[in-house]
Ligand binder design. Structure first.
Ligand code: ADP
Length: 660
């Protein structure tokens, strides 16, 4: 069978890179499409050719079926790979490919449709003999009826959007009195997220384990499963760590579940790679009669690398082979599990601030290279994490002979991972890999929520040692700058630490060093050695300034220094006493955008007098609103951006004239 000549990748980031790698190995021509935000992205550089399809927002670029098909036609693309997310589960997209004679690397549109709505999918697989979660998944939607059904099912119940995805439109309800309010908010969220308010009600499974089966089918009637993945470590119903095989999985249960998944795939005439998601009742360990179908994802999953690690297969290669008409090169009995693999999703987000996405430039990004470690990423140092897309930085995957070994390797790799700029969840992931209950295999989907304190989630005390390191680095930098200026004999403006440096301050025991640490004003002290004239160090808080502490890394940026210590980032800047004491305000009275985002409201007009603390504007980034307030009493001199505009981090928004 002839391999497809070329592929257009209708996606971005790590998955686009991953698909391109396999396609190029198979000798295919690779065609990238990208938005204006991704012009410099790694996947654009890797592809043989790349075509701009629109502005940054996904609905104007990566979700534009018409533009993507137009590029595919113009470039004579033999096939389109949709990756995951974006258009991957849109039947219209598969149909548009077919209508234009382009091979869609995925299942037939009919299979996508059949599995697209959770209620219809449940009915369908139930008819094929696959166990489903007890509940109501019919068409009636009136509250009295659904409340009655919830009563019959027995609390706790879970209300789910039939069009759901990403945990949206999902509400757990503990008792009848809470049902109506939960239903209303689930329907509202379902309507706003999916344009479809319909819900289903099902039994909330206690001690739930999320276990999914990777299936593969070809166009010749062969369907196999590639074993399971356990994705029970979740936060807000979103996967955080995934592994294969599932800890504590009895072989007979694997066999029964695998068979159920194959039946579900057969029931919709599936072709290609797919995942059948089950929820297992883990109260008494995993048992073959206690798992239930949740939904089928008709695409490649984010976590497919763990399956690749334990089977030695390249799932993207298999997708291309099946799409080009080949039969699967193996039968079920040819497949076996080799060792254990675990994947962690490294995100640009701040576990200390409710996992708020953290955007901006990656001043440093480094991963370890070691045996058994695979890194799938779509960004490099110097790239920007933008607010437009999912802020995943990379997937770190470890493969070992045993689960212990894989987890040890993963924890070590995460500890060696350096991210500077945006905050990352690296330290949180490392703690998860080391968490006792998880190591012991005693966990369910509530594990993270129950252990937040131990996992370093929530506000943490300032890292005093990191502040000392940061301040020392800034002082050295300042001394160097002054020395250079001296050499060039230029006029130097006075610096916050003023010209007389430590050498002239001998005799003094310490000098105050005003700093900003992660935006907060703090005061450190430069301390001078008695024994070694001229030597100084910086003390902060209770840390011993002369102790031999270490950092993982110091990363210099023009506006400060990032100290990475025990996987945690502390950003240290000089504090300019003449600066107004507000993060988003510069010396000229300019209020700047705190991050990339959209200016959604401006509450003031030129000429308005504002009081300290008064709300000026709101910037929305990653669906979170950030209120900008006046740093002092002032008069509004200028509004520099229009409400509704996309604004870059640091962009001028409002100019204030302060009193004095
Ligand atoms: P979505 O499509 O929005 O991601 P899923 O149906 O895949 O929603 O469910 C997401 C997660 O919610 C599951 O991985 C599991 O943790 C939890 N969940 C779903 N259904 C149940 C249930 N009946 N009982 C307990 N937890 C559930």
């Amino acid at each position: 069978m002839e391999m497809l000549e070329s592929v257009l990748i209708a996606n971005r980031g790590e998955i686009a890179c991953r698909i391109i790698r396999t396609a190029q190995r198979l000798g295919m021509r690779t065609i990238a499409v990208y938005s204006e935000a991704d012009a410099e992205a790694l996947f654009v550089q890797m592809a043989d050719e790349a075509h701009l399809i629109g502005p940054p927002p996904a609905r104007e670029s990566y979700l534009r079926i018409d533009r993507i098909i137009e590029v595919a036609r113009r470039t004579n693309a033999a096939s389109i790979h949709p990756g995951y997310g974006f258009l991957s589960e849109r039947a219209e997209f598969a149909e548009a490919c077919a209508a234009n004679g382009i091979v869609f690397v995925g299942p037939p549109a009919s299979a996508i449709k059949a599995m697209g709505l959770k209620d219809a999918a449940k009915s369908l697989v139930q008819q094929a003999g696959v166990p489903v979660v007890p509940g109501y998944h019919g068409s009636k939607q009136d509250p009295d009826f659904l409340r009655q059904k919830a009563y019959e099912i027995g609390y706790p119940v879970l209300i789910k959007a039939v069009a759901g995805g990403g945990g949206k439109g999902m509400r757990r309800v503990e008792k009848a009195a809470d049902f109506d309010a939960a239903l209303e908010s689930a329907q509202r969220e379902a309507q706003s997220s999916f344009g479809d308010p319909r819900v289903l009600v099902e039994k909330y499974i206690l001690s739930p384990r999320h276990i999914e089966i990777q299936v593969f089918a070809d166009g010749h009637g062969n369907v196999v499963h590639l074993f399971e993945r356990d994705c029970s470590l979740q936060r807000r119903h979103q996967k955080v760590i995934e592994e294969a095989p599932a800890p504590g999985m009895p072989p007979e249960m694997r066999q029964v579940m695998g068979q159920a998944a194959v039946e579900a795939a057969r029931a919709v005439g599936y072709v290609g790679a797919g995942t059948v998601e089950f929820i297992a009742d883990g109260r008494e360990g995993l048992r073959p009669d206690r798992f239930y179908f949740m939904e089928m994802n008709t695409r490649l999953q984010v976590e497919h690398p763990v399956t690749e690690a334990i089977t030695g297969l390249d799932l993207v290669e298999l997708q291309f082979r099946v799409a080009s008409g080949e039969a699967l090169p193996f039968a079920q009995e040819d497949l076996a599990i080799d060792g254990h693999a675990v994947e962690a999703r490294l995100y640009a987000e701040d576990p200390e601030k409710e996992f708020l996405p953290s955007t901006g430039k990656l001043w440093a990004l480094e991963f370890p290279e070691s045996e058994g470690i695979r890194i799938d990423t779509g960004v490099e140092a110097g790239a920007e994490v933008t607010p437009y897309y999912d802020p995943m930085i990379a997937k770190v995957i470890a493969h070992g002979a045993t689960r212990e070994e894989a987890l040890d390797k993963l924890a070590e790799a995460l500890g060696q991972t350096i991210v500077a700029g945006p905050k990352s969840n690296a330290a949180f992931l490392k703690k998860l890999c080391e968490a006792e209950g998880f190591r012991a295999g005693a966990f369910d989907t509530g594990f993270i929520d129950r252990n937040t304190a131990d996992l370093g989630v929530g506000p943490q005390p300032i890292d005093e040692v990191a502040v000392s390191f940061g301040a020392s680095a800034l002082i050295s930098r300042e001394i160097e700058r002054l020395r250079m200026a001296e050499l060039q004999k230029s006029d130097e403006p006075s610096s916050p630490w003023s010209m007389p440096d430590g050498f002239q301050l001998l005799g003094l025991r310490s000098v105050g060093v005003p700093l900003r640490v992660d935006g907060e004003r703090v005061e450190a002290r430069e301390v001078f050695s008695r024994e070694h004239p001229g030597a100084s160090t910086v003390a902060f808080g209770n840390s011993d300034p002369w102790a031999n502490e270490e950092t993982d890394r110091e990363v210099e940026a023009p506006h400060g220094v990032y100290i990475i210590r025990n996987g945690r980032q502390t950003f240290v800047q000089t504090y300019d006493p003449f600066d107004v004491d507000l993060e988003h305000m510069d010396e000229g009275g300019t209020v700047k955008a705190p991050m990339h985002g959209k200016l959604i409201a401006v509450f003031v007009q030129p000429g308005d007098r504002v009081e300290k603390g008064q709300r000026l504007a709101i910037v929305e980034a990653m669906k979170m609103e950030h209120v900008l307030v006046a740093p002092s009493d002032a008069e509004v001199a200028e509004i520099a951006a229009e409400p509704g505009a996309q604004v870059a981090e640091g962009a001028r928004l409002i100019v204030l004239k302060t009193e004095e």
